[in-house]
Design a protein around this ligand. Structure first.
Ligand code: GRF
Length: 182
């Protein structure tokens, strides 16, 4: 059976685009929603014929609108893709075990922001990204898959972020497809 997926974004949505492009027998993207009405990814999703929703309001109102639209669209699994807001415990509880996120570090290392700069500053020789289940605690749910990239001499947070992002784009669709069929 093909799972219906909803994606939450705040910006360019390059991971969302990868998820949409890889959709097929395992999952279809039924809705893309954002806290930012001007998120570039919303325009792209609408051009693909995907239902979109933007809600810039207060968190409780926004999450109520998202929840209603996701349920109306028959969504079973939510994928966060550069969604830069913390979800309320209430929202996470209502979708318990059915929200995934991609984080640009090898969790449990570097939860939160500025992951690439922190990995370089620590002298790490590799970085990467993780797809994990979202729980009430930030970036702490079960890790479902990871991809690694070397940190090269002379890397800046920007050059490293670019290389990590390239592997995010293949990791997320494969982990999502596996998750919805398990
Ligand atoms: C990515 O680095 C992702 O790991 C993080 O936010 C960024 C989103 O990029 N969660 P995009 O909007 O998918 O291009």
């Amino acid at each position: 059976m093909t799972a219906r997926v909803g994606i939450l974004i705040s910006g360019r949505g390059s991971n969302m685009q990868s998820l949409v492009r890889a959709a097929g027998d395992a999952y279809r993207v039924a809705l893309v929603a954002s806290d930012k009405p001007d998120a570039a990814g919303l325009t792209w999703a609408a051009e693909q014929g995907i239902a979109t929703l933007a809600h810039p309001g207060k968190r409780a109102d926004r999450e109520a609108a998202f929840d209603a639209a996701l349920r109306d669209a028959g969504v079973e699994v939510i994928a966060l893709a550069g969604y830069m807001r913390l979800l309320s415990d209430d929202f996470v509880a209502r979708w318990a075990g059915r929200i995934l996120n991609i984080h640009p570090s090898l969790l449990p290392l570097y939860k939160g922001l500025d992951t690439h700069a922190r990995a370089i500053a620590a002298g790490d020789v590799e970085a990467g990204c993780s797809v994990h289940v979202v729980t009430e605690e930030l970036d702490a749910g079960e890790v479902l898959g990871q991809a690694r990239v070397p940190i090269l001499p002379g890397d800046t947070a920007e050059t490293l972020a670019e290389r990590v992002l390239a592997v995010e784009h293949s990791l997320y669709p494969s982990v999502l497809a596996e998750f919805v069929t398990r």
